[in-house]
Design a protein around this ligand. Sequence first.
Ligand code: FES
Length: 229
Amino acid sequence: MEYTIVENRYVGEDMYYMKIAGKFEAKMGQFFMLRAWDKYPLLSRPISIYNIDEEGISFLYKVVGEGTRILSNLEEGEGITLQGPYGNGFEKVEGKVALVGGGVGIAPLYMVAQNIEHCDCYLGFNKESIMTEDFEEVCDNVFTTVGDTFITDIINAEKYDYILACGPTPMMKKLISMTENTDTRIQVSLENRMACGVGACLVCTCKTNSGNKKTCKDGPVFWGEDVIL
Ligand code: FES
């Protein structure tokens, strides 16, 4: 379905914030397939939902290829096609909760933060911290790292009942290992490369303790004890 872009701006770290007008419903951690071109590039791009409010839906995305480059050049008033929401999303949890995001992995966590009553948030960046004011509004505490200090260096995982994370595979591997032999449970949203986004092409296959799964359809969120990274 075609919608209208109301905002599309650079926010730092090679990332853009795009807001699209319309009525949307989705679970935290789901994604939409975005498309603003006719034939080339062939595939729509899977982008995590940053937020949904009464005015529309917003996305935070990183320019990584031709599709996202075209998205970044779109202007207010231009049209865009959205399909979705797709994916399973994060399961809602209660207790002491930490959200951990690395790079563009911070994108799905803002909607999570709004849906969880109390949480601490840990955001890791390469060159500069971005979007932190948004998280400060909805989280109890926001901690950031930039550059050589990894976000995993400043987390005491055992302090939390649940960790909900999205970011590069090494970050999530480390977090899962930090929760092993503790009472802390972790959900990770995988950033596997996707093509069709709807379970038809198998490009996004990941390994779990119950066999191969499709990141786009069975995930992107998995419990840490189930997924094999
Ligand atoms: Fe095609 Fe997941 S992206 S099956």
